[in-house]
Design a protein around this ligand. Structure first.
Ligand SMILES: [Mg+2]
Length: 391
């Protein structure tokens, strides 16, 4: 989400004073956060509060910051001022510029969640598609980043593409083509006029900074195009540390707090659930009914963890009532699974009659064979390491 905020801040100066100079100064005292940052932070704040009532959070944050640089769009102002705000059929790019936190959050329903984040105001089909295209492109970017890491190059990016994101606009992503010259200096605030351009720019970028520079110097809706490009480019290239620090220095304390808290939470969530990620974009649809049972339990586990870490603590408390935590941990280690996931599985299959973890182990053997248990060699190495550390 910081990618969106940086794109917004960097582009803010050029929203009503467009530039085509690629080498423009990124940060100056004429830059500020705008509506794109406020709405992005509102979406993140909703997720942090276990809520998908995005409208309520966007309403609250926009009322708190009624006059950001560049202001808000006309219909959106009416929505903010209303005490009973209703969606107004918008297909403006506002739904796409605020959606990036959902692309970082652990969710199996990014399709639905991103639609929800749009629909509280932008309930036009194009408004919803715009938000969905951004989170799907972020998912594509994440895949590329996971596969190639720092070895990712612009050549690989162009070859592999952002198939899911682009696929929302083009049935055959290989046919996707945008003529940037036709978009130059054209102030288009629609989703369908902005998001495909953003995708094209990201596809032809060499780094985060390059993507932002291309977006802003197009002379279009600079801050919002910057925010959308920044959302996806962050997932793809990462952001240089100096740029993160610089951007944070423009933000008021309460906005900064949400950004920091969101960052911390997503890291923790990823660590806890890295084994679950397998199902998100891979073989989920090909699973047998039996394996789907295991997958459903994982979904339940991640669902609760995504909502509150207090749940992991509760699960562990329940587990220790049955067996010592060390026993659970051994089983979890054998299958390289988080212990709270093993506890969630046990909740489904252990009855009060069970006097051991045998049936849990049987379940793990049946459903997690694809995840290789630690080999004897690895175990030995681990024990040796522990012994050495004890000394
Ligand atoms: Mg703006």
């Amino acid at each position: 989400m910081l990618g969106a905020i940086i794109g917004d801040i960097v582009g803010s100066r050029w929203e009503f004073n467009p530039t085509n100079d690629y080498n423009f100064k990124l940060f100056s005292d004429k830059n500020s956060y705008t509506d794109d940052t406020i709405c992005t932070v509102a979406v993140a704040d909703a997720l942090l509060h276990d809520s998908d009532d995005f409208g309520a959070y966007i309403h609250k944050w926009c009322r708190k910051y009624p006059h950001p640089m560049g202001g808000y769009g006309g219909s959106f102002v009416k929505w903010i001022m209303s005490d009973n705000p209703q969606p107004y059929g918008s297909y403006g790019n506002g739904s796409a510029m605020r959606v990036s936190p959902i692309g970082w959050w652990l969710s199996y329903d990014i399709w639905e969640t991103s639609a929800k984040s749009a629909a509280c105001t932008h309930n036009h089909e194009e408004g919803i598609r715009g938000a969905q295209a951004v989170v799907w492109a972020m998912a594509d970017a994440k895949e590329l980043r996971n596969t190639y890491g720092n070895k990712l190059t612009s050549e690989i990016l162009l070859k592999k593409g952002l198939a899911h994101g682009v696929g929302i606009y083009e049935e055959f992503p290989q046919n996707f083509k945008i003529n940037l010259n036709k978009c130059r200096n054209r102030f288009d605030v629609t989703c369908q006029g902005t998001v495909p351009v953003a995708l094209w720019i990201v596809l032809h970028s060499k780094s985060f900074e390059d993507a932002i520079r291309q977006a802003v110097s197009l002379g279009a809706d600079a801050d919002t195009l910057g925010a959308i490009v920044g959302s996806i480019a962050e997932r793809l290239w990462g952001i240089p540390e100096w740029m993160k620090k610089k951007a944070l220095s423009y933000l008021p304390r309460d906005i900064k707090n949400v950004v920091k808290e969101f960052h911390k939470r997503t890291i923790r969530l990823r660590q806890l659930s890295k084994r679950c990620q397998y199902y998100v974009f891979d073989d989920f649809v090909h699973l047998s009914d039996e394996d789907k049972e295991a997958c459903d339990i994982e979904r339940e586990w991640t669902h609760y963890l995504a909502r509150s870490y207090a749940h992991a603590k509760l699960i562990k408390e329940e587990m220790t009532k049955r067996f010592p935590i060390a026993d659970w941990q051994n089983v979890a280690d054998d299958y390289d699974l988080p212990v709270s996931l093993v506890g969630t599985i046990a909740k489904h299959i252990l009855t009060p009659k069970h006097k051991s973890l045998k049936s849990v182990i049987k379940f793990l053997e049946a459903h997690y064979s694809i995840r290789k248990p630690l080999t004897a060699k690895k175990k030995e190495k681990k024990e040796k390491f522990l012994t050495l550390n004890r000394i």
